[in-house]
Design a protein around this ligand. Structure first.
Ligand SMILES: [Fe+2]
Length: 297
C-alpha cells in the first residue's frame, strides 16, 4: 500500500523515505504497531510562508517533515530575528519540546511547500491509551533517552581546564573573524556602487555585529575576557583592487567560518550555546549562497 503521504503530497512535493515510525520515540516497535501508528498520524500540507507554529505557542505538536523545508527562527529581545536552523525532508520537529508542557521557544515557517506527518499531544495520548504495548515501549525509549541526555549534560558540566581553554580559543577566533567581518562589510558597503549588492552587504553587516555580541556574551559566561583583536581578514580584503575580487574573497571568508563551526561543533556544550553557533553556521552558509547567486545572475 502506498503511504498516505504520497497520496496527499501530489506530484509537486518531493518526499523523504523517512517515516514517522522512524522517530526515536517509536524505536523497537513491531512492524504492525508502526503501521497502526502511521495510519493515525495527521498529514498536513502547508504552502511557502505559512507558519507551522509560532514562538510562544503552547507545544502541542510534533511532526516529521515528509517533504519541503522549514525555517526555525527566534525573535530576540531587541526585536531582530535570528534563523536557528533549516529543517528539510526527513527531519523531525518538536519531538523534544512536545514531551513536556510548555511553549515553543522558536517559530517554524515553511520556506517551500511542505508536507508534515505527525501527532498532536491529544492524539499521542489516545494512541498510548489504545495500544498499551506501544505505550510501554515508548516509556522504555524515553528512559533510554533520558540516560543518554544526562550523560551528555554531565560530560559538559565537568569540563576540564583543557576543554575550557579550547572552547575559549575557538570563541575568540570566531569573535576576531566576525569583528573583521564588521569592518570589511562596512567598507565594502561604502565602496559598492551596484544597488543590488548594497542591501545584501547591509544585512550581513548587521548579522556580523549580532554574532560579535553573542560570542562576547558566551566568553563572559565562562568568566573570561573576550579578545579585543580584529582578524587579519581586513588587511587581506583591503589589499585587493576591485570590488568583485573583494566579494570573491568575502565568499571564501564566509565559507571558512561555517566550516570552522562544523568542525568544532561536537566539542560545543549542548543547549542554547550549540544552537547559537549552529545559527551562525547556517547564516554563513546562506550568505555564501546569496553572494554566489549575485555573481551568477
Ligand atoms: Fe561572519
Amino acid at each position: 500500500m502506498a503511504c498516505l503521504c504520497e497520496q496527499i503530497a501530489g506530484e509537486d512535493i518531493e518526499l523523504s523515505p523517512t517515516c514517522i515510525g522512524h522517530l526515536w520515540i517509536f524505536q523497537n516497535l513491531k512492524a504492525e504497531e508502526i503501521e497502526a501508528l502511521s495510519r493515525k498520524a495527521l498529514r498536513k500540507k502547508s504552502t511557502t510562508g505559512q507558519a507551522l507554529f509560532l514562538q510562544g505557542d503552547p507545544t502541542d505538536e510534533m511532526f516529521l517533515i515528509k517533504g519541503g523545508r522549514v525555517k526555525l527562527s527566534k525573535v530576540l529581545e531587541d526585536g531582530s530575528e535570528l534563523t536557528l536552523d533549516i529543517r528539510k525532508a526527513g527531519d523531525f520537529v518538536g519531538e523534544n519540546m512536545f514531551l513536556e508542557e510548555g511553549q515553543y521557544p522558536v517559530s517554524a515557517y515553511c520556506i517551500e511547500d511542505t508536507l508534515t506527518c505527525g501527532f498532536s499531544r491529544r492524539q499521542f495520548e489516545q494512541l498510548v491509551l489504545q495500544h498499551p504495548k506501544v505505550g510501554l515501549q515508548i516509556i522504555k525509549n524515553l528512559s533510554e533517552r533520558i540516560t543518554w541526555l544526562t550523560m551528555r549534560v554531565g560530560r559538559r558540566i565537568i569540563m576540564s581546564e583543557a576543554e575550557t581553554t579550547a572552547l575559549l580559543n575557538f570563541y575568540n577566533m570566531l569573535l576576531e573573524a566576525e569583528r573583521a567581518g564588521v569592518t570589511v562589510l562596512s567598507e565594502l558597503n561604502m565602496q559598492a556602487e551596484d544597488q543590488r549588492i548594497k542591501p545584501i552587504l547591509k544585512k550581513f553587516l548587521r548579522d556580523e555585529g549580532v554574532n560579535c555580541r553573542i560570542l562576547i556574551s558566551l566568553i563572559n559566561d565562562l568568566n573570561a575576557k573576550p579578545s579585543d583583536r580584529t582578524g587579519e581578514f581586513v588587511d587581506k580584503i583591503r589589499a585587493l583592487d576591485t570590488i568583485d575580487e573583494k566579494i570573491q574573497l568575502l565568499i571564501r571568508g564566509q565559507a571558512w567560518v561555517a566550516r570552522k563551526i562544523k568542525e568544532f561543533r561536537f566539542n560545543l556544550p549542548a543547549g542554547s550555546t550549540y544552537l547559537f553557533l549552529e545559527a551562525i553556521k547556517v547564516q554563513h552558509e546562506e550568505n555564501v549562497d546569496t553572494l554566489k547567486k549575485y555573481f551568477h545572475g
